[in-house]
Design a protein around this ligand. Structure first.
Ligand code: C5P
Length: 246
């Protein structure tokens, strides 16, 4: 069975996790992928090293940017953080659902503050991290102290995010169908934990192939090391697009 995606449609669903230690290596990879239509995800490693200029560099190259800083703090602090992030002009950012409804609503308020002050050109998509894709069932129950299945915990967080008014969540592709059933088809799902056939899982626990992620209805596939750690990252990216559309 084919997924029926064109190469362009597949590329628009891929967020390349630019987990690089400096702007130079990040922008080198971005240049190689410019024009493909994929997103760029800037996380802690790159942002804490290269900051705002690297986000601007990606925006000026035409990329949609997901700023993955996973805010988790008291509501007032998250509101201010969200206001500052919105001013950067990113297309998506995230908070932890574990911060609760008041904290997630405060993030949306921060976006509103920036828009109303005329400090931002566009409204970013705001999503919540549910359970990290490195979290296993045993970790959830024995270390973190949440009872029940991972799927239940993730769906519970997704419901909270929806109640707070967020646009979607980060989860594993394994939970996408349950999230869509609970929160609606247009509730955005962003899924790390993607490993092409034969790739190393690394520290990820809840993984699927690119094709299976597309099949279950994932909106965006976050892919890092299978691309950034490949000897030829562009070839790896292209082969993932093929896997997604075959
Ligand atoms: O290299 P890999 O494909 O595992 O990269 C996954 C990316 O997604 C990393 O940048 C990681 O920080 C991020 N992420 C994740 N799980 C979450 C949220 C974000 O793996 N729940």
């Amino acid at each position: 069975m084919t997924t029926g995606l064109t190469r362009e449609q597949a590329a628009a669903k891929v967020m390349v996790a630019l987990d690089k230690p400096d702007a130079e290596s990040a922008l080198r990879l971005a240049d190689a992928l410019q024009g493909t239509g994929c997103w760029m995800k800037v996380g802690m490693e790159l942002f804490y090293a290269a900051g705002i200029p690297v986000v601007q560099g990606l925006k000026s190259r035409g990329f949609n940017v997901f700023l993955d800083l996973k805010m988790h703090d008291i509501p007032n602090t998250v509101r201010g953080g969200a206001r500052s992030i919105t001013r950067l002009g990113v297309d998506m950012f995230n908070v932890h659902a574990a911060g609760g409804i008041a904290m997630m609503s405060a993030a949306l308020q921060g976006v509103k503050d920036a828009l109303e002050a005329g400090d931002a050109a566009s409204e970013p998509i705001v999503i919540a991290v549910t359970q990290l894709t490195s979290t296993s069932q045993a970790m959830l129950n024995e270390e973190i102290g949440i009872a029940g299945t991972i799927e239940n915990a993730v769906v519970n967080y997704a419901r909270l995010a929806k109640r707070a008014g967020l646009h979607g969540v980060v989860a594993s592709p394994l939970e996408v169908q349950a999230i869509k059933t609970a929160c609606g088809a247009d509730f955005v799902t962003v899924t790390p934990g993607i490993r092409p056939r034969g790739a190393d899982a690394g520290d990820q626990s809840r993984i699927t192939t690119p094709k299976d992620a597309v099949r279950v209805g994932t909106d965006y596939l976050v892919i890092g090391r299978p691309i950034t750690g490949a000897p030829d990252p562009v070839a790896a990216f292209e082969s993932i697009l093929e896997e997604m559309s075959e």
